[in-house]
Write a protein that binds this ligand. Sequence first.
Ligand code: 6GU
Length: 240
Amino acid sequence: MNFHVMTLFPEMIERAMGESITGRAIKAGHISVNAVNIRDFANNKHNRVDDYPYGGGAGMVMQAEPVYQCYESICRSIGNSRPRVVFMTPQGRTFNQQMAEELSREEDLILLCGHYEGIDERVLEKIVTDNVSIGDYVLTGGELPALVVMDTISRLVPGVLNNGMSAVKESFSDNLLEYPQYTRPEEWMGEKVPPVLLSGHHKNIAAWYREQSILRTAKNRPDLLEKAELTEKERQWLIQ
Ligand code: 6GU
């Protein structure tokens, strides 16, 4: 997976993606991150890329031309292919695991990060294929959302996670939240690890995990529970 990020803050993207699991994935060649500064495509000597909005109103608007030239430059760098362009905007569709799975099948992805009050609609109409938000709150720019989207996609790319299973069976793939985890010591601040986990009885352990997942989902995300595939016995157990 090759990520290309159009941004006014390329260091924010490079620094964050260079750490931890995504950093290791870059070094191993499983993913690449190409952060391109939209300001490098400003067409005036002051390197301005924003201007006042027509019609008035608060704030500034990013101009169409620098964004478009930045996009063309990225496309030229990958043999004139035209990858999907994901515009990070609070007006977009709310990002979820299913969207991440779909996007992870692309070879190249362009992420466009807005700033100021927005971007001139005309360039958005020309290049954007997907409008994506990360939730119902407003951030100062699209960089953090782009990082969220790239991180989520990266861990789905083959080879990025060491354990081949861990990307598959986790929260949201089955609409159930993860069960609680414990490690040494066996007792901490007077609190013991649930005895079943020390029993070595794998069938009982699997049943306990399932039970805990269902309880957690019922408590924190009842909306997910409606979509989860519970047996009739499990549904009865939950309402008793
Ligand atoms: Cl994608 N951008 C901004 N600026 N704010 C957001 C967002 C995106 N998603 C949620 N809030």
